[in-house]
Design a binder for this molecule. Sequence first.
Ligand SMILES: [Zn+2]
Length: 274
Amino acid sequence: MRITIILLLFGFLPFCSCTSSGGDATADSTASDSGQSAEAPSLSSASRDTLTVPRSYLMGQFEPSEHPDFSPIAIEHADRGGLYLRTDAYEAFKKMYAAAKADGINLVIRSATRNFASQKGIWEAKWTGARKIEGGQDATVAFPDPVVRAKTILKFSSMPGSSRHHWGTDIDLNNFTNEWFESGEGKEIYDWLTTHAAEYGYCQPYTAKGPARPNGYNEERWHWSYMPVSRPLTAQAERELTNEMITGFQGAETATEIGIVENYVLGINPSCRE
Ligand SMILES: [Zn+2]
């Protein structure tokens, strides 16, 4: 087993930007709180269709600022400092940003990579009522039943361990309401993205619900995903994730009954999987 791991690591070396020895970075490592071993090999584009990452990475158990495949987002592209993306996704975004700018469109990243700890903070704030949910309600009062409460929060927020924001491939742009994208500057931005984002590898995973996308989160016109990496990671999630793995936060006991993996992780715009 040890020899196999060493051979695997040497096999990755031509493509790997890893700065640490990565002795524990096996392809099937399980989630851990340390997250230090969660290193994805940086594969060439030709290899991306078979890209796999450690399961700890898939579930957000790592620190983006310490990960060799991630880069800080420049303040000119975001509404604040301290945001991170995978470098390949960010390079593609920068090309898209420049093309949009030339067309008079100003893209602003509002959120990017959020690891398990970050998503747990968001989820538990809503779960416990510390943060009001959409509509201004305290979820503990309005929805005492755990499954109903979880499904309500899930309209817009992922359970920790199941978010595409863990992957460093997904960004939220400009404004967090669908209505904003229906007129004026918002409509111009959304029209530009729906016409051009695919040229840069970006796709909107949470389109309007309907026959093509019956399950999962509500529509999010602000959320865009870098397909060359997120597509193989979606396929890996389909192969490897189970609802029982979604644990480690308040309300996680509802994950299996709700079917987080099949309905939410995989409940995306089909064209983002092709
Ligand atoms: Zn998002």
